[in-house]
Design a protein around this ligand. Structure first.
Ligand code: SDX
Length: 447
């Protein structure tokens, strides 16, 4: 049993005695309010402001939530200053090196790494749900062939709630478990069909004897007319990419899933909302944006021009794959992927991959540039993933879909943690109102 393996257990552990005092002048009178200071197992303490408005009539103000903890969680811990990422206490480097993706899925959902038997049973359980309802497949045919696969994924994942009525009640533990299993099992099949549809290929059914990453590659690249052998090096690289993207604390898409679910929306609709949020180029869409940027740079000689643009306040251009809200030294996932990059390219006999050459030169120049050093901008997880995926033959438009396949386990684990947390309630932030004061209405014929 770990020190504390649930948000609730942690809460009863925190010493309620610690407090901070907020003092301010009000109509010439000095007022003080004591706010509880709560301690987690790791990371910064938190000032409990839940009663602040009731006590003081004031809101806090934190656009982008740079200083706000939205919940208790025991799933993932990030130390941005030291480049540390833990899932249920285990280092991401160890998980990426040694675990199958479903081992990590089991860990995130059930709080402990599985035994061999538990892993085999879980793999079997997932394999019972990898197929889609045949009618759901008709949804794909309603899209144009050139539809972005993320647009398709938002649509078809949300549509799961129109088919699986026996796993919509998020207050029923059995239905929560069934919805979790269905989402984790079906998301690779749904992603691969989106790709096959875009290239006019027949859809491939999952082969349940294959491991999760192998099965995904099989559904992406096999065709009915001949036996497809999954390249073990590519399967290992794909497995590593899935593990590295599995969960990442309260990022934009995970917070979207939590907020959507806080209203009681069904799990399929909430995961579809997470996919929509992940699509943005500032978030999961960055891997696709990195490849597009490297292609636009086109040659090492043009890198200084793009670095200059990235530093120009009047130019909205940003160096895709650089920077992170939390990591201010390096993203440990980028370190692992950098190594994987070379392994995959070597295995595929790809020498002097031009985009990799530009990426390595860009990384070198950027990390020596005072602007990037001062702003603490380092390559993040998206900087290298796109190069590996491109080398594996995955089209750029599918990069963020792959991120969504991996992050589904994180979204599901966070969604379940939130529902099982007794203090969670509907998310409803307030605002600082900067609009008109009340004014008289003017009928149309007098305006
Ligand atoms: C992911 O949250 C997560 O955990 C996300 C993720 C996950 O696993 O879920 O890790 C996955 O989304 C990784 C990030 C992928 N996005 C990109 O690579 C897009 C490029 N990066 C930037 O858009 C930006 O760095 C963000 C969005 C990632 C972080 O934005 P922040 O923390 O809000 O940083 P900021 O916008 O406040 O920037 C701080 C300063 C600014 O300059 P000043 O206003 O202080 O003068 O750094 C500059 C920014 O202009 N800056 C950049 C930059 N990123 C930040 N300048 C040039 N190029 C960049 N990439």
């Amino acid at each position: 049993m770990t020190k504390t393996d649930s948000a609730q257990a942690m809460r009863t552990k925190s010493p309620a005695s610690e407090k901070v005092t907020l003092t301010f002048d009000e109509n010439g009178q000095q007022k003080s309010y004591h706010l509880p200071l709560l301690t987690g197992n790791l990371g910064p303490k938190v000032i409990d402001i839940r009663d602040l408005y009731a006590k003081t009539g004031y809101f806090t103000y934190d656009p982008g939530f740079t200083s706000t903890a939205s919940c208790d969680s025991a799933i993932t811990y990030i130390d941005g200053e030291n480049g540390i990422l833990l899932h249920r206490g285990y280092r991401i480097e160890d998980l990426a090196e040694h675990c199958d993706f479903l081992e990590v899925a089991y860990l995130l959902l059930h709080k402990e790494l599985p035994t061999q038997k538990q892993f085999e049973d879980y793999h079997h359980e997932i394999s019972l749900h990898t197929l889609l309802h045949e009618q759901l497949i008709n949804f794909y045919k309603g899209f144009r062939r050139d539809a972005h696969p993320m647009a398709i994924m938002v649509g078809v994942v949300g549509a799961l709630s129109a088919f699986y009525h026996d796993s919509l009640d998020l207050h029923n533990p059995y239905q929560r478990e069934l919805a979790s299993t269905r989402l984790i099992a079906k998301i690779p099949s749904m992603a691969a069909i989106a790709y096959k549809y875009s290239i006019g290929h027949p859809f491939m059914y999952p082969h349940n004897k294959l491991k999760y990453a192998e099965n995904f590659l099989h559904m992406m690249f096999a065709v009915p007319s001949y036996e497809y052998q999954v390249n073990p090096v590519l399967a290992k690289a794909m497995n590593r990419i899935l593990v590295l993207h599995a969960d990442h604390e309260q990022n934009a898409s995970t917070s979207t899933v939590r907020l959507a679910s806080s209203s009681g929306a069904n799990p399929f609709a909430c995961i579809a909302a997470g996919i929509a949020s992940l699509w943005g180029p500032a978030h999961g869409g960055a891997n696709e944006a990195v490849l597009n940027m490297l292609t636009e740079i086109g040659d090492k000689s043009r890198i200084p021009e793009f670095i200059k643009r990235a530093k120009d306040k009047n130019d909205p251009f940003r160096l895709m794959g650089f920077g992170h809200r939390v990591y201010k030294n390096y993203d440990p996932r980028a370190q692992v992927l950098r190594k994987s990059c070379h392994e995959v390219l070597q295995e595929l006999g790809i020498k002097d991959e031009p985009l990799l050459g530009i990426a390595l030169e860009l990384e070198k120049i950027a990390l020596d540039d005072p602007y990037f050093i001062e702003k603490k901008l380092f390559p993040n997880v998206d900087f290298y993933s796109g190069i590996i995926l491109k080398a594996m033959g995955i089209p750029t438009s599918m990069f963020t879909v792959l991120f969504a396949v991996a992050r589904t386990i994180g979204w599901v684990a966070q969604w379940r943690e939130m529902i099982e947390d007794p203090i969670q309630k509907i998310g409803r932030p307030r605002q600082r109102y900067v609009g008109h004061e009340q004014r008289n209405f003017m009928p149309l014929n007098q305006r």
